[in-house]
Write a protein that binds this ligand. Structure first.
Ligand code: HEC
Ligand code: HEC
Ligand code: HEC
Length: 369
């Protein structure tokens, strides 16, 4: 017997298949539990699809910045310790045993890390992996932060457990047990564990570590610190690195750590800079740029202005690289900020790259006032 293929018959067959599939899904017989694992072939197929997709979409990712920059590596490691290591482990630290029972289980990088190119790592960390629990970066506009994790992933296989702990926990590495999150900050002080978390990156003295990896927050205005920490916590200031520590601290502890850091002496080490650049920066800071409708920076960031309005930040003695990155982030629409940041958005938008470099260098070189 022969069955003639007609469009009508093909249509009926397809409809029957779809209906059968829906009936099977409705019956509840398909097992979605994570116990038992995938068949070998399913595992292979899913990973093959993921690898192909990453390879294709990574073609549109820009060339990486200098991934050997120690500051980039330190920022990436600081985040990795709390944002990635619980799922993926780290040199000398196994992954949390709970996640080994998810399907697919996150690969344990303390054992093995596949060889992806920097752009492919970027694609995975920026966008996550669908159907697997690998999260996307919470602030996609902060591509610089994603690159800091790529720098860490590139270095990870060659880091010793000791090097990793220093990079991830800073001075707190010496205070806490390996594998635990830093948490030994004075049992009588409710902000103790929170301060220990902040200190992994900013140190307890607020001066940071690893060059200009982290902004100097010692001696910053307390009102600005609290305003900006709340903005990180609820996502109005965009940072996938700062949002988690600010959000998990809770408001009471944020008040306490803002007061702590505001009370620390500011003792930055100004980097040498070209005198001509400094002169250009000083003119912008003192006089503004009338032709571009840029007001004098010191009208808001000078000593008198800060006495009038302590919720604005002081910039003197801050790392030039940090100041420059903030101005560039506003220009790219990636900064956000506290309750008054729109004022600053308007100013930043009017500066050229040269002017950003000059004025950042001048505030950094201004020393402590
Ligand atoms: C909730 C657990 C979880 C967290 C947190 C997590 N991941 Fe993943 N990650 C996964 C899972 C699951 C996979 C496997 C995806 C697959 O193979 O389809 C994965 C895959 C990866 C891969 C590809 C590994 C390979 O060779 O197949 C990289 C790289 C990666 N993650 C990096 C990171 C980084 C960096 C972070 C922190 C910013 C992070 N992950 C946070 C669960 C997680
Ligand atoms: C994993 C490292 C890390 C941890 C932990 C961390 N920070 Fe930060 N912090 C950063 C980075 C990186 C930036 C720069 C963010 C940016 O580029 O927008 C930053 C920025 C800040 C700023 C903004 C400085 C300014 O001049 O506007 C403040 C304030 C701050 N952190 C305070 C804290 C406090 C308080 C804690 C603890 C609750 C904390 N940080 C925990 C890395 C960290
Ligand atoms: C009208 C007042 C005003 C003027 C003028 C002004 N700023 Fe600001 N600036 C602010 C405010 C308010 C903030 C805090 C934004 C926030 O909430 O994050 C800020 C923040 C900044 C920051 C980020 C500091 C940090 O720690 O993250 C930089 C950098 C900065 N300003 C540079 C400048 C420069 C350079 C000029 C001059 C070209 C300038 N500002 C002029 C009001 C001003």
């Amino acid at each position: 017997m022969t069955i003639r293929l007609t469009w009508r018959r093909i249509g009926i067959a397809v409809a029957a298949l779809i209906l059968g599939g829906l009936l099977f899904a409705w019956s509840g017989l398909f097992y979605i539990g994570a116990t038992g694992g995938h068949w070998g072939v399913t595992n292979w197929f899913l990973h093959w699809v993921m690898q192909n997709s990453v390879r294709t979409y990574a073609l549109q990712v820009e060339a990486p910045p200098d991934l050997g920059d120690p500051a980039l590596l330190a920022r990436g490691a600081g985040h990795y310790a709390t944002g990635c290591a619980p799922c993926h482990g780290a040199p000398g630290e196994k992954q949390n045993p709970v996640v080994a029972h998810s399907l697919p289980a996150p690969p344990d990088f303390s054992e093995r890390l596949d060889d992806w190119s920097p752009q492919q790592f970027f694609q995975i960390v920026q966008h996550g992996v669908r159907y697997s629990g690998m999260p996307a970066w919470p602030k996609p506009e902060r591509r610089d932060e994603v690159w800091s994790l790529v720098a860490l992933l590139e270095a990870l296989p060659s880091l010793s457990p000791g090097e990793y702990r220093r990079l991830a926990h800073g001075e707190e590495a010496a205070r806490s047990a390996p594998g635990g999150s830093a948490a030994l900050g004075g049992l009588s002080d409710p902000a103790g564990p929170v301060l220990a978390d902040c200190a992994r990156c900013h140190n307890r003295d607020g001066l940071g570590r690893d060059g200009d990896a982290f902004p100097i927050i010692a001696g910053q205005s307390e009102a600005y610190l609290l305003d900006t920490l709340r903005a990180f916590a609820d996502g109005r200031r965009h940072s996938g690195i700062m949002q988690p520590p600010a959000a998990r601290a809770g408001d009471e502890a944020l008040r306490a750590v803002a007061a702590h850091y505001a009370a620390q002496p500011r003792a930055p080490a100004p980097a040498p800079a070209d005198p001509e650049l400094l002169a250009q920066g000083e003119r912008i800071a003192r006089e503004g740029i009338p032709a571009q409708q840029v007001p004098a920076c010191l009208s808001c960031h000078g000593d008198d202005a800060l006495r009038r309005n302590p919720s604005w930040p002081r910039l003197d003695g801050q790392h030039a690289g940090y100041l420059r990155r903030q101005l560039e982030a506003w220009q790219a629409g990636a900064r956000g900020g506290g309750s008054r940041h729109i004022l600053m958005q308007t100013v930043a938008d009017r500066l050229t790259p040269d002017q950003v470099g000059a004025v950042s260098a001048w505030f950094a070189a201004r020393g402590v006032r």
